[in-house]
Write a protein that binds this ligand. Structure first.
Ligand code: NAI
Length: 243
């Protein structure tokens, strides 16, 4: 059974990625979620409706013990399974000016994106090296590439993952494992639901927010066998806002 793991797969961009990896690349998808089991089950139902397979897997990516225990239990229960694709998608934002940023707003954002990358990817990396194939795709952000005012924590977390992407890509390239980052601009999801879209679209050359499915199409290409010579890259998907 060939598997793809998507962290934070219960809604938004993660859900769209789960659907495409299952439908287009025939992966058995491990839909990670932190708290919202109903939403995770909805994602599972969506992909099962197309004849694809998957399962839900609860753990908090920010917690190393919880992450390792959940993944270890799953591996023991599924000795024949081969995880080929890892999508580090879980992320949170705690926006505010840096001068008023609390220690918790700083560390929680880094903990989910950057520590979460470590917790999940480090668990699998030796297995990927042994199987001599893998695709690691990290969902970062335009903020991690150019920096965004009011998001010093989020920009730092995502930029940290960009650095990790480039460095890990060099370590594992010989074993046919690619590591890339996808940096979306404004995408319609819960994360952007409160934003003033009317004002923000004026900044976007394409004159609209992106769709989760559009990000998922790019991720799907990077997860496919067609992308084998692309590694250590950050691919922007932002309607022209920044490249
Ligand atoms: P979302 O808030 O709908 O989804 C984030 C997912 O991550 C949720 O399912 C949430 O439960 C999960 N999550 C959060 N903390 C977690 C934890 N500790 N453990 C496990 N899962 C956890 O937002 P969206 O937009 O779908 O975000 C997906 C990724 O895309 C995030 O990394 C976000 O930073 C990134 N992104 C989103 C953009 C947008 O405009 N929506 C733009 C740029 C990047």
């Amino acid at each position: 059974m060939k598997c793809a793991l998507v962290t934070g797969g219960s809604r938004g961009i993660g859900r769209a990625i789960c659907q495409k990896l299952a439908e287009e690349l025939n992966y058995h998808v491990l839909i990670n979620y932190q708290g919202n089991k109903d939403a995770a089950l909805e994602t599972l139902a969506l992909l099962e409706a197309t004849g694809a397979t998957g399962e839900i897997l609860q753990f908090n990516v920010a917690d190393i013990q919880e992450t390792q225990a959940a993944l270890q239990n799953w591996s023991v229960r599924n000795p024949e399974a081969v995880v080929e694709v890892i999508i580090n998608n879980a992320g949170i934002a705690r926006d505010g000016l840096f001068m008023w940023m609390s220690p918790d707003d700083w560390s929680s954002v880094l903990q989910v994106s950057l520590q979460g990358f470590y917790n999940v990817t480090n668990f699998f990396i030796q297995k990927l090296l042994r199987q001599r194939f893998g695709r690691i795709i990290n969902i970062v952000s335009v903020s991690g590439v150019k920096g965004t005012a009011g998001q010093v924590n989020y920009s730092a977390a995502k930029a940290g993952v960009v650095g990790a992407t480039k460095a890990l890509a060099l370590e594992v390239a010989k074993r046919n494992i690619t590591v890339n980052a996808v940096a979306p601009g404004f995408i319609h999801t819960d994360m952007t639901a409160e934003m003033d879209e009317g004002e923000l679209v004026k900044l976007i050359p394409a004159n609209r927010f992106g769709k989760a499915e559009e990000v998922a199409d790019l991720v799907c290409f990077l997860a496919s066998k067609k992308s084998g010579y692309i590694t250590g890259e950050v691919i922007n998907i932002n309607g022209g806002i920044y490249s």
